[in-house]
Design a protein around this ligand. Structure first.
Ligand SMILES: [Zn+2]
Ligand SMILES: [Zn+2]
Length: 81
């Protein structure tokens, strides 16, 4: 499964570049953008490409949404709060 920005197609190489509200740096593509520390699920993901910077729905970053992702989303949603 390819992960890239839906706007500019930028693909993160080092994915631990996003910072949660709680200050934890994490890879949002590991667990559908759920912070492993505070368990907040970030539904939007900001593109870190300096030329883009668009904030788009996290799920749009996965090209080729398959059944596996649908299942993960279900799991994340049911665990949330
Ligand atoms: Zn982008
Ligand atoms: Zn957090």
């Amino acid at each position: 499964m390819k992960i890239c920005c839906p706007n500019c197609n930028w693909s993160p190489e080092d994915k631990k570049l996003w910072t949660c509200f709680c200050g934890h740096e994490f890879d949002p593509f590991l667990n559908i953008s759920k912070c492993p520390v505070c368990h907040y699920t970030h539904e939007l993901t900001e593109c870190l490409n300096a030329e883009c910077g668009k904030i788009t729905p996290h799920l749009n970053w996965y090209s080729g949404l398959g059944k596996k992702v649908d299942r993960l989303i279900y799991e994340v949603r049911t665990v949330k709060r």
